[in-house]
Design a protein around this ligand. Structure first.
Ligand code: GNR
Ligand code: NI
Length: 168
């Protein structure tokens, strides 16, 4: 097991589009274990492989209070979305310290492969629905700040680059 390092916005690697997983093999299972460890250590409620610089379509999520309900989504796809949207104050481990409101469909139906390689479908609402959409965006190279105004994005970019210089 390993805690992996998380790419920070505005790293251009966060905008790469991840490739589908062809087979759920031992390498993918090891990646999932390391991603889960990284998410719990952060701590965060979700993590996309893109954030650890692995450009494969793998997501882990645990929105439970007790942090004992790991959900694994391989090649996740949104197959249906509600017409009603809801705003939620989002954060991202790749954009530490930034929280802002994003509107997304309130409920989504997601199809994915599990760790056993078998397809499953779930209906998500609440934080799980927000999180799965946020993570699939990462796999498509999109970070939540891209939903904000250009002005806010520029301010966030400048702040992140400044913070990066201070740790370097
Ligand atoms: O830990 C996280 N919290 C969170 C809060 C509101 C909306 C989305 C998220 S996901 C985030 C972890 C992360 O960056 N996943 O990509
Ligand atoms: Ni994120």
């Amino acid at each position: 097991m390993a805690v992996l390092s998380i790419l920070k916005y505005p790293d251009p690697r966060l905008h790469r589009v991840a490739e589908p997983v062809r087979e759920v093999d031992e390498e993918v299972r090891t990646l999932v274990r390391d991603m889960a460890e990284t998410m719990y250590a952060a701590p965060g409620v979700g993590l996309a492989a893109t954030q650890v610089d692995v450009h494969r379509r793998v997501v882990v999520i645990d929105v439970s209070e007790t942090k004992d309900d790991l959900k694994v989504f391989i090649n996740p796809e949104i197959v249906a979305s509600s017409e009603d949207y809801k705003s939620y104050e989002e954060g991202c481990l790749s954009v530490p310290g930034v929280y802002d409101e994003v509107e997304r469909p309130d409920r989504v139906t997601v199809r994915a492969l599990g760790l056993d390689g078998q397809p499953f479908t779930i209906e998500a609402s609440g934080l799980l629905a927000v999180c799965i959409q946020h993570e699939i965006d990462h796999l498509n190279g999109r970070v939540f700040v891209q939903y904000l105004s250009r002005l806010k994005q520029n301010r966030i970019r400048t702040r992140m680059l400044k913070a990066e210089r201070q740790v370097a």
